[in-house]
Write a protein that binds this ligand. Structure first.
Ligand SMILES: [Zn+2]
Ligand SMILES: [Zn+2]
Length: 129
């Protein structure tokens, strides 16, 4: 990592690579119905960036997109189907999914369970963010 906070990201297969620079405007977990249905997951870990902070460094022609509403343009890799980002034109922000840029220190302020909670027979141990 260079001193000006650049983080590399890639899709599931690596055909699409990207770079984000600086700090995200926000990050957290989205539980909205659209994110749940599109990601087939209970939550979507998002990091929001100004468009100028996001560059597709490889495979831009491999990105396909779909807009269910005008608020979100969801993009994924045509080769592997891996989700990459959602462009939010109205907010002038791009959500680069946190899992796509694993080196970015993701912080949401929530407890991180090492394994199952103690009520479920696990250690109940928490991990640092
Ligand atoms: Zn891919
Ligand atoms: Zn959402």
């Amino acid at each position: 990592m260079s001193s000006d906070n650049q983080y590399q990201g890639r899709c599931f297969c690596g055909a699409v690579e990207l770079r984000v620079t600086g700090q995200p405007a926000a990050m957290g977990y989205c539980h909205c119905e659209s994110c749940q249905q599109w990601s087939a997951s209970p939550v979507n870990a998002f990091t929001l960036w100004a468009p100028s902070a996001v560059s597709i460094t490889r495979g831009a022609d491999q990105l396909a997109s779909f807009s269910k509403t005008e608020r979100s343009v969801r993009k994924w890799c045509k080769q592997c189907g891996g989700h990459v980002m959602t462009v939010h034109p109205g907010w002038d922000l791009i959500d680069v999914y946190a899992a796509v840029i694993p080196d970015l220190p993701f912080k949401d302020g929530l407890p991180k369970q090492h394994d199952f909670p103690s009520e479920m027979g696990g250690s109940g141990a928490l991990m640092p963010e």
